[in-house]
Design a protein around this ligand. Structure first.
Ligand code: GLN
Length: 190
């Protein structure tokens, strides 16, 4: 769990509920031995800046290149994007997506909806959006897994999974389960 800023405790509680061990990554040395990393929601400019300031960005990029599974929610998704509309803020830039921040407009700062997610069985997923971004464009290697109002809000590219919403704020574990599946596949191949 990247624990520089934002809603990392909520993600840890979900993992705990699922019986999965997690630890907080606050410095580069905490990356040692991890099998996957979640980047929580929060403030993407702060998370991106702290990744650089604390020297985590470069070693993390090397791990992602070697296949480390990465899951970003909301601000996490923004940090993972190659391109952020109208912003030069620091980022990882590991997903071939163009994201727009605070994209659903001021009137609808936050909202909840039911989403059909590709690859997730058992009915729609309840999705909580808080000043959420959406994916404005995506490269060929990116699979769009969910859309809301015609906008892409969840995507996967190889070892990178991203949601514009906050699956850690509901009691439904299925999206985290999808990420854990990616971690298990990675460990099998390692
Ligand atoms: N709007 C925030 C950002 O741009 C993201 C909001 C969130 O993570 N809930 O960083």
């Amino acid at each position: 769990m990247l624990a520089l800023q934002g809603a990392f405790r909520e993600h840890r509680l979900v993992l705990e509920r699922m019986g999965i061990k997690s630890r907080e990554v606050k410095k580069a040395e905490h990356l040692e031995g991890i099998d996957g990393l979640i980047i929580p929601g929060g403030e993407s400019t702060t998370i991106g800046k702290l990744l650089v300031d604390f020297g985590i960005r470069e070693p993390l990029l090397r791990l992602i290149e070697k296949g480390l599974p990465l899951f970003g929610t909301c601000a996490g998704m923004i940090v993972m994007a190659k391109e952020i509309v109208g912003s030069r803020q620091p980022r990882l830039g590991v997903m071939d997506i163009v994201v727009r921040r605070n994209a659903f407009g001021r009137q609808v700062d936050s909202f909840e909806t039911d989403l059909e997610v590709k690859g997730i069985e058992g009915g729609p997923v309840r999705a909580v959006f808080i000043r959420a971004p959406y994916i404005e464009a995506a490269g060929e290697g990116v699979e769009i897994l969910a859309e809301f109002a015609g906008k892409a809000v969840m995507a996967r590219q190889e070892n990178c999974l991203a949601t514009a919403f906050h699956p850690e704020l509901t009691s439904d574990n299925r999206i985290h389960q999808l990420f854990i599946q990616m971690v298990e596949d990675y460990l099998r191949k390692k």
